[in-house]
Design a binder for this molecule. Structure first.
Ligand code: DGJ
Length: 726
């Protein structure tokens, strides 16, 4: 049993970790432990200091030392004597806001719980167990169900929460976080991934200050600017040593993470839907389901934590026929043509791609409606026959004859004012009555909280997919959302709209991915503006960034790698000078960097020289030869490109007898020693031979002394070393 209960202590055990909670004599659920397995009840760590200005529950009598403000709470509510950031806060019908949550009951069941309408980790019944603990506020009869999914083999615990109103009058939920964890005193640091369009997921590591540190998004999407996945680690924790915890929220809308270091250096960590763009009216008898958070921890540094997240996301989040199977190497026409193409141009790109071994052509933005630039056409998902003479069927037929699959771009959630859809349904665009709507990339956002909008999109897209041999869909989303208002909800429910938007999006994705299991869906939001575990439930890969520069991509992919598996990272080789940065990097560098992803091209191959085309053919061959190792092997970060003069990573096969080391050395310098990389995850006593130069090393030598890179000339030069066990 992964879940057991003894003397009011809940033990959640995975192969290497233990999570413990205890109900105390006042019915308060205390958090005891999340970390290594200890074979011990960790309640001896509970301390009861007499801290000034602490509140004491009435029934504690004269016990000044019993305070919710000092105890580690499993799920903290606002308004009842704990002044730290709450996980949940409500307003009752009388306007008061206290929730005094006490333990009522628990249930354990085999298998992993699901969450209606929301993505969640899934597992076979023999792979997971579920614990549900119900806390209740006696006066209002508001109840909180805490859900725990324990996946012992994955070393992962998931959490979610349900608020239920069993009272007689309505309440307003002001915030309901999915994660709440109180962590003992220590020297903690947090790592989060900030960025901007075309520079997503830049890693930032900082010590915790007293007070609250926060990241989040109010953009209606998880955003380029912050990512809903955060690490908390002990000071000094490295890739291979030290303790760290990670949490990834399975949610694609606005989110919030808050980490508070309190007056006595304890830490509270909450994560969930962003309360700044959320409130929910809960009538008597109704439930609200908060999204899921995936949790793991490691005592062997961040590398091990990464492996756990990569494995659980690949095996228990991503779905569909492509989740573990080989992804097609694709050519996308966006940076080759932008809006300026016709069928002949696309066919010429496809012909060249087919010759070089590429598997699929993806036709990007501009194939539909009136769409010669980004000012019109969104919403009109029927083919533009001026550009594609003979229609989509003819073009797809030609591509298929070349031996290639065909994929198509959509931006379902958007509408241009200059479109048939907008002329017919101007009220479907999000805007506040009486105010001009805010435009982003000239476009407006469809109100995905309205069932008729979701139904329309389902009808149009499913017809396209049914009537045409489309084997891939790129699902784009190119602006942030504001002007939250929907004609379908009364005033007191308007704050529900951002979450209802996400529910509508998930519903559409669920219907389409369910009905078209052979289609590979790739998520995208101006690159990686919605790169989160929620989207990965529907789309097993996501376009990582609109920045395809070989140098910048090493930084973006480094940050992305902490939580998200390589098989989910859309990465392409594009032309130089790079369209986003103007930088020129070698074709070899661009190829090596794109190999640490789903691999493809995003340029007009006809513009390449004969030698470059030969190089492309070799890159495709090389990628296909290594794809199994790259996607199914373990990924190791070998350098920190934010601090060192290069990015280096390695893939090690599960049986540890094959290793592919790749990377880019940033700045060339004269009279310096060669870069040395210390590997990880090898068999210490095995002997490995380099495929490139035949030299042999023991695993122990490679993991301690490391390996010397070949001499490299020029800036941003890539390297690749393959090792095989002898
Ligand atoms: C943003 C995407 O990230 C690009 O790859 C491309 O599809 C454009 N949108 C098209 O408008």
């Amino acid at each position: 049993m992964a879940i057991s209960v003894e003397n009011s202590v809940f033990h959640l055990e995975t192969a290497h970790t233990l999570y413990q909670m205890k109900v105390d004599s006042f019915g308060i659920l205390n958090h005891l432990w999340y970390g290594a397995r200890t074979d011990c009840c960790m309640d001896y760590l509970l301390d009861y200091p007499d801290v000034g200005f602490a509140g004491n529950p009435y029934e504690a009598g004269n016990r000044r030392t019993y305070s919710l403000n000092s105890l580690p709470l499993e799920y903290a509510a606002g308004g009842a004597g704990d002044y730290r950031v709450p996980a949940v806060s409500v307003t009752h019908a009388d306007g008061s806001g206290a929730l005094d949550l006490r333990f009522r009951e628990y249930r354990i069941r085999q298998g992993k719980y699901e969450i209606p309408g929301l993505p969640a980790v899934y597992a076979e019944d023999d792979e997971a167990e579920t614990l549900e603990i119900i806390l209740e506020d006696a006066l209002s009869s508001v109840e909180i169900s805490l859900l725990y999914g324990v996946l012992p083999g994955e070393d992962v615990i998931t959490r979610a929460a349900i608020v239920k109103n069993n009272g007689n009058s309505g309440i307003k939920i002001n915030r309901v976080h999915s994660l709440c964890m109180d962590i003992p005193r220590g020297e903690w640091e947090w790592i989060h991934f900030h960025g901007r369009h075309a520079m997503e997921r830049q890693m930032e590591r900082s010590p915790l200050i007293h007070g609250i540190q926060e990241n989040g998004s109010t953009r209606g999407t998880s955003s380029h600017q912050q990512n809903p996945a955060v690490l908390l680690c002990e000071k000094g924790c490295t890739e291979t040593n030290g303790f760290c915890m990670g949490a990834a929220l399975m949610y694609s809308g606005g989110f919030q993470t808050q980490i508070e270091r309190d007056q006595v250096d304890q830490v509270r960590w909450v994560m969930g839907i962003n309360p700044d763009t959320f409130a929910w009216k809960l009538d008597p008898g109704e439930c609200f389901h908060a999204p899921e958070v995936i949790l793991s921890c490691s005592g062997q540094g961040m590398g091990e934590l990464t492996h756990r997240f990569h494995h659980v996301i690949r095996h228990h989040v991503c779905r569909g026929e492509y989740k573990l199977s080989q992804r097609p190497v694709l050519i996308n026409n966006w940076e080759a043509t932008y809006f300026d193409f016709d069928d002949a141009k696309i066919e010429r790109i496809a012909e060249q791609a087919a010759e070089l071994g590429i598997d699929m052509l993806v036709l990007d933005d501009g194939w539909f409606g009136k769409r010669d630039d980004d000012m019109s056409g969104l919403g009109d998902w029927s083919v533009n026959e001026t550009k594609l003479r003979g229609g989509l069927g003819r073009l797809i037929g030609r591509i298929n004859e070349m031996g290639m699959k065909f994929g198509l771009w959509f931006e379902p959630e958007m509408v241009s004012e200059d479109s048939e859809l907008y002329r017919q349904h101007p009220d479907w665009a999000i805007r506040i009555p009486g105010r001009n709507p805010v435009r982003g990339r000239y476009q407006l956002v469809l109100d995905m909280s309205r069932p008729e909008v979701v139904e329309h999109l389902y009808q149009v897209m499913s017809r396209m997919l049914r009537e045409n041999h489309i084997e891939y869909v790129k699902w784009d989303m190119n602006r942030s959302i504001c002007d939250w208002y929907t004609a379908k909800l009364p005033a007191e429910r308007q704050a529900e709209m951002p979450h209802r938007y996400v529910l509508g999006l998930y519903q559409l994705l669920d219907r389409l991915t369910g009905e078209f299991p052979h289609v590979l869906f790739e998520g995208c939001s101006g690159g990686g503006g919605r790169f989160d575990a929620g989207m990965l439930y529907y789309c097993p890969q996501i376009w990582c960034s609109d920045n395809t520069d070989g140098h910048d991509r090493t930084l973006i992919q480094y940050g992305t790698s902490f939580f998200y598996p390589v098989s989910t990272v859309g990465a392409h080789v594009s032309a130089v000078p790079n369209h986003q940065t103007g930088r020129v990097t070698a074709l070899g560098t661009r190829g090596t960097v794109a190999m640490a992803g789903t691999f493809g091209y995003e340029l007009d191959l006809n513009m390449l020289s004969r030698e470059e085309k030969e190089q492309v053919a070799l890159q495709v061959k090389n990628y296909k030869a290594h794809q199994d190792l790259i996607h199914n092997g373990r990924y190791y970060r070998l350098s920190n490109p934010f601090e060192e003069n290069g990015a280096a990573w390695a893939f090690v096969s599960e049986d540890r007898n094959k290793v592919l080391i790749q990377g880019v050395v940033f700045r060339a310098a004269a009279n310096v020693l060669r870069m040395r990389l210390r590997l990880a995850g090898l068999k210490a006593d095995a002997v490995y031979r380099s495929v490139q130069d035949g030299r042999t090393y023991t695993g122990q030598a490679l993991m301690t002394g490391g390996i010397l890179l070949p001499e490299i000339k020029g800036d941003d030069a890539a390297f690749e070393i393959c090792l095989e066990e002898v």
